[in-house]
Design a protein around this ligand. Structure first.
Ligand SMILES: [Zn+2]
Ligand SMILES: [Zn+2]
Length: 422
């Protein structure tokens, strides 16, 4: 049953927001239910079943088990094979984190050591609220794919879904995703053109030398000296090779070698975190780090092995789709609730892989500002805690805004074919 039928679309999108608010009670309850039952990467069985069952009940064609525990729901309106008929993908993530919750909310996690500390419960609820509204009353013509992915938190669930044929089985002309952001006023929608989140690569450097007596270094090949030399040489990559107007990070976060003052060990190991906001800078970092490490090792008589493990890619929002998404937001919530071009983030997100295949845009929705920092002076809300903090909670007031945004975006994106045909 529909709680509050939507008014006929007028020219603006604000009607949607007003109409969505009384409909979202069910989804606030659902969000809290998901929050109470957090599941780690690729273990989102309960959450995925809950998503799939509801989508099926609302008339979606549902595929379960895409890339592990991923779910895709498809809704077609009009003639999907007509020339110019468009296909839209909306993506939410479902996984939780291995954190012991300390938010104090009544719907806190019932699972020890696990919690939804990144708001993926909220992302899932917002997309479900939109999915139901679109199934019942959506005015569009084309194909909508709602994509619920597993394992965003480092597990690369997006890549797993893509390896499972996500975009071959469910082709999309554009794809969009949304993440909540504490520290930004609740409900504010934040956009950014181009690179918006950093790549993150993991590097292990193993230096093999020749161990020996600390008193006879001339009969050893010392990997500690080589490691020290490499750590210093690596400092020149950002300072001397990267364009000073570009962002890059090379951090040696761990160095392991040796046991005793009079023993030269046979091996040393370095662990690096390497980040960039530009694909070319990322490639440059890899080239220069590899060249420097091998040259330094060679010059000091040890051999270097480099295990380069690519993490998430640079997240790049395409300009046309970001403009489109921004217009939807301006129409929905008005200019005073929209940041047209927000700052880039140093965090990483595996939606970046989807954006390497399909044009689209990733936006942020403010989760609230902490007391004393410009927000409400009297009522600190759990949502103002940074994500991945044990005190964090998704702000349920965002469900109406987020869902209305997805509905508005879908109706506008998938109206193109119908309009073009007239
Ligand atoms: Zn997270
Ligand atoms: Zn997250």
């Amino acid at each position: 049953m529909i709680d509050a039928p939507l008014a006929q679309p007028a020219t603006g999108g604000r009607y949607l927001l007003a109409a969505m608010t009384p409909r979202v009670g069910e989804f606030i309850a659902l969000r809290r239910d998901i929050h109470q039952h957090p599941e780690l990467a690729f273990e989102e069985h309960r959450t995925a079943a809950l998503v799939a069952d509801r989508l099926a009940a609302w008339g979606y064609t549902v595929e379960r088990g895409v890339g592990g525990t991923g779910v895709v729901g498809t809704l077609v309106r009009g003639d999907a094979s007509a020339p110019g008929a468009r296909r839209l993908g909306l993506r939410a993530d479902m996984d939780a984190l291995p954190i012991q919750e300390a938010s104090g909310v009544a719907w806190a996690s019932t699972r020890s050591g696990l919690m939804h500390a990144c708001g993926h419960d909220g992302h899932t609820a917002m997309l479900l609220a939109a999915a139901r509204t679109l199934a019942e009353q959506g005015r569009f013509d084309g194909t909508l794919h709602v994509i619920f992915q597993p394992a965003e938190e480092g597990g690369g669930g997006a890549l797993r879904m893509m390896a499972d044929g996500l975009f071959e089985r469910y082709p999309c002309d554009a794809i969009f995703a949304m993440h909540n952001m504490p520290g930004v006023p609740q409900g504010r929608l934040v956009f950014r053109d181009g690179p918006a989140m950093a790549s993150s690569d993991y590097v292990t450097i193993t230096l093999d030398g020749t161990g020996g007596h600390g008193a006879m270094p001339h009969r050893a090949a010392d990997p500690i000296v080589a490691a020290a030399s490499i750590v210093m040489a690596l400092q020149t990559v950002v300072s001397r090779n990267v364009d000073p107007l570009q962002m890059a990070v090379v951090t040696v976060g761990a160095i392991h070698a040796g046991q005793a003052n009079n023993v030269i060990p046979a091996q040393a190991r370095l662990e690096l975190s390497v980040r960039a906001l530009d694909r070319e800078v990322r490639a440059l970092l890899e080239r220069r780090i590899k060249a420097l490490v091998h040259a330094q090792a060679d010059s000091l008589g040890v051999t270097a092995r480099i295990d380069w493990r690519p993490g998430y890619a640079v997240l790049v929002n395409t300009p046309a789709e970001t403009d489109f998404a921004r217009e939807v937001a301006l129409d929905l919530v008005g200019a005073d609730q929209v940041t047209l071009h927000g700052p880039a983030l140093s965090g990483s997100e595996d939606f970046s892989f989807m954006l390497e295949r399909v044009p689209g845009s990733y936006l942020l929705i403010g989760n609230g500002v902490a007391a004393g920092s410009g927000g409400s002076p009297t009522e600190p809300r759990p949502g103002a805690c940074m994500v991945h903090n044990p005190g964090y909670d998704f702000d349920d007031d965002n469900i109406a805004i987020g869902a209305a945004y997805w509905v508005a975006l879908t109706e506008r994106f998938l109206r193109g074919a119908e309009a073009a045909a007239r």
